[in-house]
Design a protein around this ligand. Sequence first.
Ligand code: AMP
Length: 253
Amino acid sequence: MLYSVRMRAAQGGAHEKGGRHISGAERIVTAAKVKDLLNEMFDRALYHSRGRADFINFTVEQVFPERVKTVELLDIHTMSAADMKEARRFAYTKLQEAGVAEKAIISAFYFLDGLKESMRGAMLVDAISGERLDAGMRGVRVSRMDAADDQALAEYLKRRNGDSLHAREAVVLASKVISAPNVLAELCWSDDPEYTTGYVSSKICYTRITNLKEVGSDIGGRVFFVESNADVRQIRDYLEETAVLVTVPEGGK
Ligand code: AMP
C-alpha cells in the first residue's frame, strides 16, 4: 500500500492564520517508510535555514495504486551563468523556446520580483497575455508526487552532477507540472537563502540555471505558464490531487 506523506511548516502560526511559510515536503512511500519519513520531515521543518517553524502540519493519506499516474522525468540540462543578469537572459530564451510570449515572461519576473514574502505555492500566469490567473499568496501547491524509484533517480542525477535534495525534489515537481494539461513552462527559484540555482522547464527539457537569484534572499517563487483559455480548475485539480510517480527514462544516461 502507498501513502502520500505531506508536511508544511510555518512561523508565527499556521499558514492560514498568516504564519510565514518555512518549508514543505511531498512524498509517496510504502507503509514501512512512513515513520522514518515523518521523523525526517520534522527535523527539516525545525532546522531550516529560513527559520524555526512553530507550526508543523503532517498529512498521511492512503493512495490507491490503480489511481497513480506515471510520468517520465524531464531531460535535464544545466546552464552556468556568470551572474544574475546572464542567468535571467538564459531563462528568458528558454521560456521563449517553450512558446511563452515576451509579455508573459516580463510579467512573470515582475510578479516574482515584487513578492515581499514567499508564497506557499506557485502563480499561474497566462503564457500569452501575462495575466495572473490565481490570486493571493497561496498559489497552486503541487502535491502527491514522488520518484517511482528513489535510487534510480539519485543515480541518474549523480551522473548529471545534480544529486541534491533540492534537485531531486525540483525535478520531480517540474516533471509533474509539465505533464498537466495546458501547462507550457515553469520558472522557479528557491526560497532557501543559500540556494541560487533556479530552473526553467518545458515539454522539451528541464534547464537548471545557476545564479538565477541573489545569494541571501529568502524569497523564492514559481510561475506556471498556461495556455490561454485553459481550464484553470482542471490544472489546479491535477496538480493538487492526482498522485503522480516520476520514472527515470529507460537507458537514461
Ligand atoms: P523551493 O524550491 O522549495 O525553495 O520553493 C521555491 C518556491 O516555490 C516557494 O517559495 C513556493 O513559492 C514555491 N513552491 C514550493 N513548493 C511548491 C509546491 N509543492 N507547489 C507549488 N509551489 C511550490
